[in-house]
Design a protein around this ligand. Structure first.
Ligand code: GRF
Length: 219
């Protein structure tokens, strides 16, 4: 059994999607623990309801980012993680951390990367007048939101959309579908990084990320 540690900071809806997928068999049993960077993260209740071990590691008590990341590494390695999954984890990780977990560290970002890296993506999409929006699962490297992309799901922006309605549709229609799938590929040994810059599924380089349509076609 491959072991997955999930890092959160907030509501934990992506964590919940992984818990639900594990429960109904879309994801093999793999969830080994949850770390939250905030003591008040609602996702901690979801972890406890799912019976998952959880630890709070807050950056404020450490001298610097390197010391915080070292504490994360100690806990993740104590849980013997094969994969580390960032799910709304609102801290930028040091290059030392990303190198330690190179090729087994995933993130989900609420935009069609490479468009709109960084924060407040839903507002950025509306400000830019984009007609499409979505989310991307990617390997994490030291380039912020810039690692090899694995899968994206897109939806159409509606004229009446607000930041909140967009965020909700991206979460429910895209994020909660693509993340369990990507994590399942990871723990089933199907996902890797080729030559540091390109993700590969079953040894096939993904020069473009897979899409929700590919999922429906049976990947
Ligand atoms: C999600 O939109 C995720 O893509 C982003 O932060 C949000 C976290 O939501 N990185 P949740 O904590 O999973 O509910």
């Amino acid at each position: 059994m491959k072991r997955v540690v999930v890092l959160i900071s907030g509501a934990g809806r992506n964590l919940q999607a992984l818990v639900d997928a594990e429960r109904d068999g879309r994801l093999p049993r793999c969830l080994a623990g949850v770390i939250s960077s905030r003591a008040d993260a609602a996702g901690l209740q979801r972890a406890s309801a799912a019976g998952l071990p959880a630890q709070v590691i807050t950056p404020g008590v450490f001298a610097d980012r390197a010391a915080f990341d070292a504490a994360l590494v100690r806990q993740i390695d104590a849980w013997r993680a094969d994969w580390v999954v960032l799910a709304g984890f609102m801290r930028i990780l040091t290059p030392g951390f990303t190198a330690h977990y190179a090729g087994r560290l995933l993130n989900i970002h609420p935009s069609l990367l490479p468009r709109h890296p960084g924060l407040r993506t839903h507002a950025a999409v509306r400000a830019a007048g984009d007609t499409q929006h979505g989310a991307t699962v990617h390997f994490v490297t030291e380039a912020l939101d810039g690692g090899p992309r694995i899968i994206q799901g897109a939806l159409m922006v509606r004229p009446e959309d607000t930041d909140e309605t967009l965020a909700e549709r991206v979460m429910v229609d895209v994020e909660q579908r693509i993340y369990p799938q990507a994590v399942a590929w990871a723990v089933n040994g199907r996902l890797a990084v080729q030559g540091a810059h390109v993700a590969a599924l079953d040894g096939q380089a993904l020069h473009q990320p897979l899409s929700l349509d590919d999922l429906e076609a049976g990947f």
